[in-house]
Ligand binder design. Sequence first.
Ligand code: UDP
Ligand code: MG
Length: 319
Amino acid sequence: MNISVVIPLYNEEESLVELHDWIRRVMEDNGFSYEVIFVSDGSTDRSWDVIEQLARQNKEVRGIKLRRNYGKSPALYCGFEAARGDVVITMDADLQDSPDEIPQLYDMIVKQGYDLVSGWKMNRSKGDPLSKTLPTKLFNATARRVSGIHNLHDFNCGLKAYRLEVVKHIEVYGEMHRYIPYLAKNAGFTKIGELRVHHQARKHGKSKYMGWNRFANGYLDLVSLWFLSSFGLKPMHVFGFVGTLMFLVGAVAAIVVGVNKLCYLLNGLPHPLVTSSPYFHISLTMMVLGTQLFVSGFLGELLIRNSQLRNNYQIEKEL
Ligand code: UDP
Ligand code: MG
């Protein structure tokens, strides 16, 4: 099979039939063999009924119904598990992404050898408020820096294409759908490209992600991802290093306090209490924090020793 289209959706009943018709038209015009996997993420409207009906009428349509609303990342994860096409294309269900881009995305993966191609909504639809476009710009700039994927302008675009291998080797969880290119890069799929795509205003319903706070947690996710990819398998290298450094600073401060006191004593001068010296407090804090960090490193190492990820490497080829 050439293409699996994976569509996560939460309460998008009005769009599904039109979206499916459009995808089918594009697929038939280009002679692709394909499947469309609708993942209903705990929709409470009639979305699932529509999907059932579409599946009855079209053998290419498959449906996955999640029991409750888990979020876009878990919905994508389930779709990825089910996908069978050589190329997997994800798109939002709200008709903002155009299925007309599919043939070009397919070509970039199959003919140009990309592992992942991300859409770039160049002309964001005029309907989007500044409260949505500005955080998006900041978000993308940060994501580019942290991930080191400098050629992507739009990490969060729902329209993306993947080589099948890629979706089977990355695990999208939590709200990590915003960072799929970064996940792919960390998994060793480094040929990541971009395609400018058209972007329409939402036709029906309203956005499930609104306002400024939509990226607040996204930043924390980015920090976690950065940490995991840099030190995930060797936590002692960071905790142990910083911990030791702090402990040493504390020890030096302790020596300063001690030597100071000794000088007073030896010269027979009236000596102040060690607790009145700022160095005493610095020493105490640094040594306690340093030890704690060091212990955190040990705990991290213990966790990894017992984790299945410990020796989970991806072998690309074997002879
Ligand atoms: N979505 C989902 N689960 C959720 C929230 C959203 O599956 O909990 C789907 C939603 O139905 C749509 C896609 O994710 O197909 C993108 O959502 P939306 O269009 O609301 O985001 P925006 O385009 O405003 O960033
Ligand atoms: Mg949308």
